[in-house]
Write a new protein. Sequence first.
Length: 129
Amino acid sequence: MTGAEKLLRRVRLELARDPDFPAGSRERGYDFIAPLDESGRIVHEAWEELKDRCRVRRFWPGQADEVGHVVRRPSGQWSFHYDIHGDAARDESGFRFSSHAFNPGEYVSILEQDGVLRTFFVASVREID
C-alpha cells in the first residue's frame, strides 16, 4: 500500500436539518472516498495519484443512486461528477471543500444539481481496507 493509499477514507454525509426535514434525514446523502490528512482535509497530491479510486454515491429515497467520481476543477473547487450524466454542468459542488475538515459531527454544504445549497452532517469517516 502506497503512502497516498493509506490516506483514503470513506466519508458518509447525511442531510442535516432543513425546512423540508426538520430532523434531518439519514436516508438522504452521500458516501464518498477521498484521501484525507490527519486533520480531515482532502489531500490534493494524493487525489492526483488516486483519482480513479475517489468515488461518490448519492442516495435519495425514490431515486436511483447516482455514482461517479470526486473531481477537482481547474479553479480548485471539489465536485461530485456522475458517470450517468457525463456533463460537468450537472456536477454538484462542495462549498469550501478545499479547506473544510471532514470529521464526524461537522457540517458541510453542497450545491446540488437542482441549484439548491443543502447542508449535510458528517456522519462517519472510516479507513479503507
